[in-house]
Design a protein around this ligand. Sequence first.
Ligand code: FES
Length: 295
Amino acid sequence: MNIELSSGAPSPGASRPPLNAPPGRDPAPRSEVRVAARRSFGETMRADTWWIQPLLVFVGLSTFIVYSTWAAFQGKNYFFGNYISPFYPPELLGDSPHSWFGPKPAWWPAWIIFSPALLILWAPGGFRLTCYYYRGAYYKAFWADPPACTVGEPRKSYWGERSFPLIMQNVHRYFMYLALLFILILAYDVWKALWFIDPATGKNSFGIGVGTIVLAINVYLLSGYTFGCHSLRHLIGGFRDQLAKSPTCYRAYACVTCLNRRHMLWAWMSLFWVGFTDLYVRLCAMGIWHDFRIV
Ligand code: FES
């Protein structure tokens, strides 16, 4: 419902000026609330190119979803020596040397597709899906609900996030706990990417390749996104809507707030880079790209 405040000629039900007021003059400026008609889908008075942002969000998210789904179902070419694609860790079961609990079990039903990524991707995927920023972005871009601020939407009812199914978005805080664990796991993978097997001696030696840097930037960007999470800010800031009095807590809160201000930017940069990191490792594993050793 659109509400407009206006002044000027009174509407039929508005109060009239007192009879003893000087002719032609109102004793006081009047205002009234006028309820405008509901806009039809896409209707707006905005003159700017409001549709560009939802369109870019639609294209960006769709591209990432298609690519990441394809990469997750591959189940191969996801590691290259000491590098592993960020779509796969922790590799609980799998054929690579990064696997935690060995190869795919023999009892795995043949009719169920197996890929180590499918065992774990629900956690970072759920974290992104329920992120406060992404919710606002994909409600507009995918559901047109509304397409943009002050642009008419296709639905007449408003459910909000207080009823099923959108109330499920509140699970975000629990995905955030998991996302923090994933940062540790991916940081450990960067550590492993610093150690290369010497083909002559078969021993591990310290080194830095382009892939090491690609993996490290990935953790940096994912950390900037995760540590700027609204839920983390709420969790770390204090208790019962009061800011913590401890200086350490307050500093941590200020730090999360600082990242939170650019949450959208971190969200997009980390999304792009996590996809690129998978692509880098994948193309190296396929022999299309060659990893350059810097140190
Ligand atoms: Fe975006 Fe938590 S609000 S990650």
